[in-house]
Design a protein around this ligand. Structure first.
Ligand code: C5P
Length: 212
């Protein structure tokens, strides 16, 4: 079974996807890490995020192993760089095959991102679009960062989240949008346990519907 989990930053989709993967014994790919790695590679090579061909080259040469252990990819700088390079069709094309191969594994997989249900795995039997208000998402991300000793104001965090939402939803190439057959899960008033329970019920309903 392929489970597609999409949604904006700090909606809870990453945690939900990881827990669904554990629950169903499926491999999990956080596709945001791919874009983060490409953005950071461009910066590390001294390139500009405005340079589509440099970003496309970085995406084509990406070594996708060990990304989940790389702490540099979790920074705000990497997230911002990711959303800049993610708008380039060449970057998205270079990362497509890898993601589709991951989704096509025997037994299935869980992938989370922005375009899993629409572009990467449009035939996935279980699709969730996880969201929450920008204010709640900014507060969550702010708490995570301050707990790690990173200083940022809540206002700056909210502006950051809104800029990222606008860029991800407004781009021409694979914009962030809820797939027609995805189930909306609004986690605004939910803790992680309640959100995960709701996600599992959505997946169970999809399994029953598709006889899986
Ligand atoms: O989910 P995460 O915050 O790690 O994603 C970082 C950025 O990568 C997003 O803001 C988005 O621009 C891009 N992205 C994307 N498509 C995906 C996953 C991430 O465009 N499937």
């Amino acid at each position: 079974m392929v489970i597609a989990v999409d949604g904006p930053a700090a909606s809870g989709k990453g945690t939900i996807a990881a827990r669904l993967a554990r629950t169903y014994g499926l491999p999990h790919l956080d596709t945001g890490l791919l874009y983060r790695a490409v953005g950071l590679k461009v910066l590390q090579d001294g390139g500009s995020l405005d340079d589509e061909s440099a970003a496309t080259e970085a995406a084509r040469g990406l070594d996708a192993t060990g990304l989940s252990d790389d702490a540099r990819l979790t920074t705000g700088e990497a997230g911002e760089a990711a959303s800049r390079v993610a708008g380039y069709p060449g970057v998205r094309a270079a990362l497509l095959e890898l993601q589709q191969a991951f989704a096509a594994q025997a037994g299935g997989a869980v992938l989370d991102g922005r375009d899993i249900g629409t572009v990467i795995a449009p035939d996935a039997p279980a699709k969730l679009f996880v969201t929450a208000t920008p204010e709640v998402r900014a507060t969550r991300r702010w708490k995570q960062l301050t707990a790690r000793g990173i200083e940022i104001s809540l206002e700056a965090m909210l502006a950051d989240i809104q800029r990222r939402d606008d860029r991800d939803a407004g781009r021409g190439a694979a914009p962030m949008v809820q797939a027609e057959d995805a189930v909306l899960l609004d986690t605004t008033d939910m803790g992680i346990e309640a959100a995960f329970d709701a996600a599992r019920r959505i997946v169970e309903a999809a399994r029953a519907k598709h006889g899986l």
